[in-house]
Design a protein around this ligand. Structure first.
Ligand code: FES
Length: 216
């Protein structure tokens, strides 16, 4: 596990690689990731939802960023043939809103919305934070104190496959577990939400993962 003094840059933490697969269990191809909405997958723990996003014509860039929980880091650039595939921990850094099977206030707005004001942003309808997935998940507006935390993806051009390999934000994730312990135990069983994801992780379109995805 990476550790650091406050204010020093940390590397993304390696976790067991998890190949992204579709709902039928077959390996997900990068070319199958649509641009209209995010896909949701669990990583690096069973109870942590992440967004997989295809930015379309946009390319994603790396930046030196800071998390109040975990310190400084550099987000990974986009992957895939066009460098336009990115992934983030789908937990808002304001009050830790996250997608559940019943509702997701957090979503990727591929087209402009009242809150997003421009296409290609991640919005949190809970209290109005907006993030830029092409620029490391940095906050554009709203009360969130930090960027969304990145998930590192590896891309294999030989088979067009995607594998999650690491993230940053261990302290942030532990705070999330603490805040939502009862809810997570109800969904995943005691300790189940803390189980590391290994082997494969299933990616599901957000509109199928959550019954309600409010637009804002
Ligand atoms: S929880 Fe996302 S803006 Fe408050």
């Amino acid at each position: 596990m990476a550790c650091s003094l406050p204010g020093t840059a940390v590397a993304l933490q390696d976790f067991a690689p998890a190949r992204l697969v579709g709902e039928d269990g077959s390996p997900l191809k990068a070319t199958e990731v649509g641009t209209a909405e995010a896909m949701v997958f669990a990583y690096p723990y069973a109870g942590v939802p992440c967004f997989l996003i295809n930015l379309g014509a946009k390319r994603a860039h790396a930046h030196g960023l800071t998390s109040s929980d975990d310190g400084g880091y550099t987000n990974p650039p986009g992957v895939g043939r066009a460098g336009n595939l990115v992934a983030f921990v789908a937990i808002c850094t304001h009050q830790l809103t996250y997608p559940t099977p019943s509702i997701s206030y957090l979503r990727y707005a591929s087209t402009a919305s009242e809150l997003a004001t421009a296409p290609g942003r991640i919005v949190c309808c809970a209290h109005g934070s907006v993030f830029d997935p092409a620029e490391g998940g940095q906050k554009i507006s709203g009360p969130a104190p930090n960027p969304l935390l990145p998930v590192r993806l590896a891309y294999d051009p030989a088979n067009d496959g995607l594998t999650a390999t690491g993230t940053v934000g261990e302290k942030f994730l532990q705070r999330f577990f603490q805040n939502y312990k009862a809810e997570l135990i109800e969904r995943f069983g005691p300790g189940g939400y803390r189980q590391q994801v290994t082997g494969t992780t299933t990616a599901i379109a957000l509109g199928r993962y959550s019954r309600r995805v409010p637009a804002c």
